[in-house]
Design a protein around this ligand. Structure first.
Ligand SMILES: CC(C)(COP(=O)(O)OP(=O)(O)OC[C@H]1O[C@@H](n2cnc3c(N)ncnc32)[C@H](O)[C@@H]1OP(=O)(O)O)[C@@H](O)C(=O)NCCC(=O)NCCS
Length: 164
């Protein structure tokens, strides 16, 4: 399995993969593929990584800049997608670990996300009631600080997350 940055030729596959992965996912908005496109079009895809095996793209993860409590230096994880018939084989974890390592090397303060704590706690994400998002229950709003700066306040994602 090779993890690499997206190339222009990957764009259609990433869109189809994102649609397929979220089609039956709980809590899906149905706008996830449009969000990835909007972030890319705005130059706001800080990291867009694909997992490739034998020339086939099996998974994708996006990271984009966010502010937390008005403070920059934080990144939002997502959307993250693995083809339904390839899920549960560690591909999502590999993508996420690569992305978090790359963010840390870039000097990021850390990463935040909205997601299931049962999955994301394995990467060190913790639910912190001091970090909020759109009135969501606090257990779904998670943060991972790479250094000593602990975030506090509302997460503001890039406007691309309003794409539909
Ligand atoms: C979420 C997703 C990216 C994970 O990738 P994956 O390659 O299937 O997951 P991995 O093989 O790395 O990890 C498997 C583990 O994660 C768990 N898991 C997978 N998806 C999960 C989810 N949505 N919620 C909670 N746990 C999940 C599995 O039960 C398994 O747990 P275990 O290791 O304790 O047995 C993938 O399942 C997917 O594309 N889902 C649909 C889209 C989606 O929901 N994206 C995330 C939105 S927050």
């Amino acid at each position: 399995m090779n993890i690499r940055s997206e190339q222009p030729a990957d764009v259609d596959t990433i869109r189809a993969l994102t649609r397929a992965a979220f089609e039956k996912a709980p809590h899906a908005s149905g706008t996830e593929a449009a969000i990835v496109d909007a972030l890319r079009d705005a130059g706001a895809l800080t990291l867009s990584l694909v997992a490739e095996d034998g020339g086939k793209i099996l998974g994708h993860v996006a990271f984009s800049s966010v502010s937390v409590g008005g403070e920059a230096g934080w990144y939002g994880l997502g959307p993250v997608s693995v083809w339904p018939d390839s899920q549960g084989r560690g591909i999502g974890q590999l993508l996420i670990r690569h992305g978090l390592d790359a963010l840390a090397q870039m000097g990021a303060k850390g990463c935040v996300l909205i997601g299931d704590p049962a999955y994301y706690s394995r990467f060190g994400f913790v639910a912190d009631p001091a970090v909020t998002y759109a009135g969501l229950p606090p257990q779904y709003v998670q943060r991972l600080a790479f250094g000593e700066t602990i975030p506090s306040g509302e997460i503001v994602y890039h406007a691309g997350f309003e794409a539909s």
